[in-house]
Structure formats: C-alpha cells, structure tokens
Design a protein around this ligand. Structure first.
Ligand code: NI
Length: 226
C-alpha cells in the first residue's frame, strides 16, 4: 500500500528545515547495505552533525500530530529520520529493496515494514529525482510538493531516478509497524479511514460507530505484535 499525505509540515517548519539543510555538511556513501550501496549515489548528513537533532524533532512532531499517518502505518518503532540530497553529480539511487533490519540508537534492531520519504524541495526546483515504487499494482512514479510525505512497503523495489538539473532535498525514515502484514495493514487503514469520516458526520456517540470502532480496536489487538 502506497499512501501520500499532503503538507504534514507547517510553512515555518519547512522553511527552518530547508535553511538548516542548506547550511549542513553533507557526505557520500553512508547508511546502505552492501547490495544497495552499489546503486546508491547521493549525499547524506552524517550522524554526528549537530543539525540532526532539531530536524528530527520537527519531523517526529509532524508525524505524531497527523492521525492519517499513524493510521496508515500503526508504528511501533521509528528510526530517527535521516536526510538526503540529490544533485546532478550525486544524482540517483538505483533500484533496491531496503535492508530488513536496521540498528536503533539503543542497540536493538527494527524490522523495516514501512519506508517513508518526506519531500523537502519544491518540484519545480529540480528535474528528474522521481521516486519510482513497484507495488502490487505496478510501478508508481512519485514527486510530491515540499512538506508532503509518502509511505510504502519497505519490501517493494524502488529507486530515485537521476536528477538532471537543480537539487532534491528529502528526509527518509523506516518504521516497524504493529501490524507486520501489508494486507492486514491496508484493511485496518481503510476501515479506520471510513470510521474517521463517519465519526465526523455522525458524531462520536453514534451507537453503531462505537461498536465498529470497538471491532477495529479488537482487530488491532488480534493482529498486533509488540
Ligand atoms: Ni530505499
């Protein structure tokens, strides 16, 4: 399931992050598994960079206040977000599948169920640099507005096509979901989306809605792993 979320950052947050990203130091060739590293050609902010903490806080706050993201991912753990930059020289990330396990700062591991990209450049600022994802329904090409997020299954083949002019700034992250199975996660997301719409039309106290919300919660209880 590929889901996009428009404008999860406020204009102020976006401006702050873009300013910090333009001032940050960037490095090549970090944070990919041995196979992915062969097709990866972009820049990242090194882990010791002082700007990471602030920017990670902004991203995590944006995720936490966006119920649609929580509903689509049902996150158990999220790796601290990282940032990348594609330029004409460091232009692309060829076809790959994200590593299954990623280390967390506390020494434990996270199983990557959902990958996410937060677009931080305005689409007019660069050519190319599209995220192409092969999902159950074929290949999808994604290029979102600055401040918008896309989530997709970590097990899907994907790439960032070559930037041919300008530059593309982005934030990427990996999440372990309470619900490991993509299709179960899709069912829960569709059900919760309908429930949220019905609640806004019918009010929280509607008798059948209370019952159906209980069923939704019981499905999460039945299927969740933590
Ligand atoms: Ni990837």
């Amino acid at each position: 399931m590929i889901v996009s979320f428009e404008n999860i950052l406020t204009p102020e947050e976006l401006a702050t992050m873009r300013r910090q990203l333009l001032e940050a130091e960037w490095a090549r060739g970090i944070s990919a598994g041995p196979q992915a590293r062969q097709v990866k050609k972009n820049l990242q902010i090194p882990e010791q960079s002082p700007v990471l903490r602030d920017m990670r806080t902004i991203v995590m706050r944006a995720l936490n206040r966006t119920p649609e993201v929580m509903s689509a991912v049902l996150p158990l753990k999220i790796i601290p977000p990282n940032f990348n930059r594609y330029t004409v020289e460091d232009s692309h990330y060829g076809k790959h599948i994200d590593s299954t396990l990623r280390p967390l700062p506390d020494g434990s591991y996270l199983r990557t169920d959902v990958s996410a990209t937060l677009f931080l450049s305005v689409p007019d600022e660069y050519e190319g640099g599209e995220l192409k994802i092969t999902d159950t329904f074929g290949e999808q090409t994604v290029k979102l507005s600055a401040g918008s997020l896309i989530t997709y299954p970590s097990g899907s083949l994907h790439e960032v096509t070559a930037v041919t002019s300008g530059e593309r700034l982005g934030c990427y992250m990996f999440m372990q979901s309470l619900i490991r199975d993509t299709e179960k996660r899709r069912l829960l997301y569709e059900m919760d989306t309908s429930l949220r719409r019905l609640r806004s039309e019918q009010g929280e106290a509607h008798h059948e809605l209370v019952a159906l919300t209980g069923t939704y919660n019981n499905l999460v209880r039945m299927w969740s792993e933590c």
